[in-house]
Design a binder for this molecule. Structure first.
Ligand code: ZN
Length: 290
């Protein structure tokens, strides 16, 4: 069943947190080397050792544009893939979530992919009506991601290739609809892509600001809030875990200094909060009004 999504306001920028669905993954993925005795107090695995991982996307209205940040798992999955992810879509998926906000796919101006793992960009594209080819889900949008991420995705190794699925991005680059950016970039005024090395070498967080207030969409720098609260807790998915550690150290200090609103992409219980002290994140439910 669909529920009203959290909405936050940073100056004139409106951020709506959408939910493409909930996948269930082995707890060893999100918690890596962290002992079960510690993480089970945060999130108790089920009898198959699975824990829920929410797929949040952001609908952002900024600088007169309708912007979508990450696109979830999309609708190209076959039955076997849906079973592997144990995907549950109580709200009907991202397109239904957008429709409830009054947004049609054709109205989206800009799609930003924080990185190209399948759970962040598979909704970029869909099969065309007779299943003979691929078309953009958002036909009038410009798509943006980091060039380094695209190069890593198109040249994967045995460790990284499972989650890089070329149909999610290669047709968009080949048609010229996806723009590749290099490093930290203000994509539209007040919406900045910032590279946070670790989960992948060129993963981006998204920094929203009106010059006074700040929000940060963490992507997989901290998949769950606890990953930001505890520097040493990292996911087994990170390809450069010691870089994740240093990136988190940097952005925790920034979050303290700016009192930024932090948005967590995969956390099923703590969607937004503020980092206030070592191991402590205070939840924030909603900020409305400029
Ligand atoms: Zn992810």
């Amino acid at each position: 069943m669909a529920v009203n999504p959290p909405i936050f306001q940073i100056g004139a920028i409106q951020i709506v947190v959408l939910n493409d669905g909930i996948v269930h993954v082995d707890a060893g993925g999100p918690f890596g080397l962290t002992p079960r005795a510690l993480y089970k107090n945060i999130l108790m695995p089920d009898e198959l050792n699975l824990i829920p991982m929410t797929l949040h996307s952001l609908l952002v209205r900024a600088a007169g544009k309708i912007i979508l940040i990450d696109t979830g798992l999309g609708d190209k999955l076959n039955d076997k893939q849906r079973a592997v992810w144990a995907l549950d879509q109580p709200g009907g998926g991202l397109i239904a979530e957008l429709a409830r906000q009054g947004v049609k796919p054709s109205q989206v101006d800009l799609v930003i992919n924080t990185h190209l793992h399948a759970d962040h960009c598979a909704g970029n594209t869909q099969f065309n009506a007779d299943f003979t080819g691929i078309r953009p889900t958002f036909p009038n949008a410009e798509y943006v991601t980091q060039r380094r991420e695209y190069n890593d995705a198109t040249h994967p190794n045995e460790r990284t290739r499972a989650t890089y699925i070329s149909l999610n991005y290669e047709p968009l680059v080949e048609s010229g609809q996806m723009r590749l950016i290099d490093g930290d970039t203000e994509i539209v005024p007040g919406v900045l892509g910032v590279v946070m090395r670790g989960h992948t070498p060129a993963m981006m967080g998204i920094h929203f600001t009106d010059g006074h207030q700040h929000a940060l969409f963490m992507s997989d720098l901290a998949s769950y809030a606890i990953h930001f609260a505890r520097l040493g807790w990292m996911t087994a998915y990170d390809v450069e875990p010691l870089e994740t550690l240093e990136s988190k150290r940097h952005w925790r200090q920034w979050a303290l200094e700016t009192n930024a609103l932090l948005l967590f992409q995969h956390d099923p219980t703590l969607i937004a909060g503020r980092y206030v002290a070592e191991s402590k994140i205070e939840p924030v439910t909603m900020i409305t009004g400029a």
